[in-house]
Ligand binder design. Structure first.
Ligand code: FAD
Length: 361
């Protein structure tokens, strides 16, 4: 990792879509990467969470991936990316070119272990030393915190259990009876890949599944998450509010019985799962594609959690600590949202630096 300065105006934690977007906007507003602005990422390579996605995931399986600000200036766009190649490789390479083109000087691998109140500013403790910062932009994403619902018997299951980030390839489940839990695009992706490889797949969702042809479907879900963040409540999943895309491939898979979900079972037994009505399904493996929570453990020293467990955030800024900005949090947890977050956060960061006398307008 490159040597970190002892102090800076702004530290950005995370170089995914949200962190890079914030860095680009701050650079354009006059901050010098590497001195006024320090971007830290614990990942070994470029790509944010995308570098860790499974090999078979393609950009066209996912929702639309929004271009980072300034990408077009480089002649680069995800819209024209090669969809034959793994999404993780494409995004890793694009981000790499982006960071170099705009000279964003991301320091990696640097793990932020804590953010502490130092009176005037904040102290960011990392595996590469401490940095004093006037302002911190947290853009740490969710990938490291997959969520599993608490189910009775979960610890007694004798088969294999994984969450989305541990999924590698369908072949690992060859000949197995696999239960996939979750109503989002990851679950659908796994089911489609496992077809013909696993002996059987069983799909379970907590809510009934709907396939919708509604490009505006995300708006309602984003609004719900935004309301939660504004009042400090824990965030609902975005996908749970949007429904699944009614693509020809998804509809065909539904019609042949692959994408037909059963309701949630009530208990896990050593060899399978049991529903409330007593019916039982023997399974060898359970894949939990049940979403993510924000990764915020490094912010714990600031004690910003509300009693309900959420953080009180308005327009990408902590209401309780105005030196802390949250990019990509909650309603911003998509590449479009992350891009927008970068812009709104950058403007407010500059205003805060001016207000505190660190920079002149
Ligand atoms: P991330 O990409 O997760 O970046 C966060 C970065 O912070 C990481 O590099 C991480 O290493 C770093 N970090 C975290 N904690 C620390 C720490 N303590 N110290 C230092 N560094 C730290 N969105 C879309 O818009 N379109 C899609 O098609 C799409 N597909 C998806 C598919 C899957 C399977 C999943 C799980 C999500 C998908 N999303 C999609 C949502 C997507 O993850 C977000 O849109 C976006 O990529 C998130 O960007 P981010 O910058 O917030 O987080």
């Amino acid at each position: 990792a490159r040597a970190l300065p002892a102090s800076t105006d702004v530290v950005i934690i995370g170089a995914g879509q949200a962190g890079l977007s914030a860095a680009w906007h701050l650079r354009r507003l006059g901050l010098e990467p590497g001195t006024d602005l320090v971007v830290l990422d614990r990942g070994p390579a470029t790509g944010g969470a995308w570098q860790f996605r499974w090999e078979s995931l393609r950009l066209d399986d996912a929702h639309k991936v929004d271009d980072l600000p300034g990408m077009r200036e480089m002649g680069l766009s995800f819209a024209t990316a090669d969809v034959e190649r793994p999404a993780r490789d494409v995004v890793r390479e694009y981000y790499d070119r982006y960071e170099r083109f705009f000279d964003l000087r991301v320091a990696r691998p640097v793990h932020v272990t804590g953010v502490h109140d130092e009176g005037e500013g904040l102290s960011v403790t990392t595996t590469a030393g401490d940095i004093e910062a006037r302002v911190v932009v947290n853009a740490s994403g969710t990938w490291a915190r997959p969520f599993r619902p608490h189910m009775p018997g979960i610890a007694d299951f004798r088969g294999r259990q994984i969450s989305t980030p541990e999924y590698r390839e369908a072949a690992e489940f060859s000949g197995r009876r696999v239960l996939v839990v979750g109503g989002g695009t990851s679950a659908v992706g796994f089911l489609r890949e496992l077809e013909g490889v696993a002996a059987e797949t069983i799909w379970v969702t907590r809510r009934p599944v709907t396939f919708v042809n509604d490009p505006k479907g995300g708006v309602k879900a984003v609004r719900a998450a935004d309301e939660a963040a504004r009042s400090g409540r824990p965030l609902p999943s975005i996908i749970s509010g949007t429904g699944l895309p009614a693509t020809p491939a998804n509809l065909a898979a539904r019609d042949r019985g692959l994408l037909v979900a059963r309701p949630m079972f009530s208990v896990i037994e050593p060899d399978g799962v049991r529903w409330e009505d007593g019916s039982f399904e023997r399974v060898d493996a359970i894949i939990w594609a049940t979403g993510f929570r924000a990764e915020l453990s490094h912010l714990a020293p600031l004690r910003l959690r509300e009693p309900g467990g959420g953080m009180w955030v308005r327009d990408g800024r902590s209401v309780r600590d105005p030196r802390l900005f949250m990019a990509g949090y909650g309603p911003q947890a998509s590449t479009i949202g992350a891009n927008r977050a970068g812009r709104t956060v950058a403007r407010q960061v500059m205003a805060e630096l001016e207000r505190s006398g660190v920079r002149t307008p």
